[in-house]
Design a protein around this ligand. Structure first.
Ligand SMILES: [Zn+2]
Length: 280
């Protein structure tokens, strides 16, 4: 290794979780001007979780949940949502050259992988609090940049993104606003009224509709609401995979998983609302 190769810098959008300054790639690590250094894992991601968050052992979705979600999503059951997302992006950015996109709470990158269908060129930065999920994403989608990071203290630069995505992740509007450029677009996907009603009927005696989430956010102008509804029929094993992706997995008593697995197949409505906002 000569002197020349040791000094390779490449500008990126990640920031240091300790001092919040720009990170640069230096050999196999991301380094800031204050010499904080973060190793790049062999899959290509970097762990930028704020130090206080690292105390809990493995925050976010476990390996078991990541595998279940991957199997469910790869079966195509949610493809209608990915298609709608690409359609919205292609229409909002119809005349754009190259987009910078951040996926906040990217999980194992399913929606990021589908963005190859949008009609413009882009650079994508994704982060999630689950190391298992990020490890999978960066192993699979090599041309994107992935980090382990928190939605409450995003590891991304100010005023840097044309588009930020939040698909079922915690909404921290101040952080979404901070990383967006002026006039940038935020797409927030939330569960619609009857999302997973069939699954809920299997699990609970008294089932309620989801509350409609359509909130105004400070510093954002509401642009549009795009609903996607469909119905899917799942056998027991695929039903369990879906169950493990949902909050019900943590809230339901023992035996629920077996009950779904034993089921001969059930049908459930699926319904996402994509809320589009513009930073003003
Ligand atoms: Zn630093």
């Amino acid at each position: 290794m000569g002197l020349l190769t040791a000094a390779v810098f490449r500008c990126i959008m990640f920031i240091c979780p300790i001092c919040r300054t720009q990170l640069n790639i230096q050999n196999k690590a991301y380094c800031c001007e204050n010499n904080h250094s973060f190793d790049i894992a062999k899959q290509g991601y970097v762990n930028l979780l704020p130090v206080n968050k690292k105390h809990s052992d493995n925050p976010g979705d476990s390996k078991e949940m990541v595998i279940a979600r991957r199997k469910f999503l790869e079966s195509g059951n949610y493809d209608c949502f990915a298609e709608k997302l690409c359609e919205i992006i292609s229409s909002v950015f119809a005349n754009s050259q190259k987009l910078s996109i951040a996926d906040c709470g990217c999980g194992e990158g399913y929606y990021d992988g589908k963005l190859k269908n949008i009609n413009c060129d882009f650079d994508l930065y994704g982060f999630d609090i689950s190391k298992e999920a990020v490890r999978y994403a960066s192993g699979k989608y090599k041309k994107y940049h992935f980090a382990v990071g928190s939605c409450f203290q995003m590891p991304l630069k100010d005023n840097s993104f044309d588009l930020v995505l939040n698909i079922f992740a915690p909404m921290v509007e101040s952080e979404m606003k901070r990383i967006l450029k002026k006039d940038g677009i935020m797409i927030y996907a939330v569960p619609g009224k009857n999302h997973l009603m069939g699954l809920k009927n299997l699990l609970y005696e008294n089932v309620y509709e989801n509350a409609e989430k359509h909130t105004e956010y400070d510093g954002f102008e509401f642009v549009s609401k795009n609903s996607v509804k469909s119905e899917i029929t799942l056998n027991g094993e695929m039903g369990v995979n879906l169950f493990k992706m949902t909050p019900y997995y943590f809230k339901t008593q023992l035996g629920a998983e077996e009950k779904i697995r034993q089921n001969n197949g059930f049908t459930t409505e699926i319904h996402f609302d994509f809320l589009v906002y513009k930073k003003i």
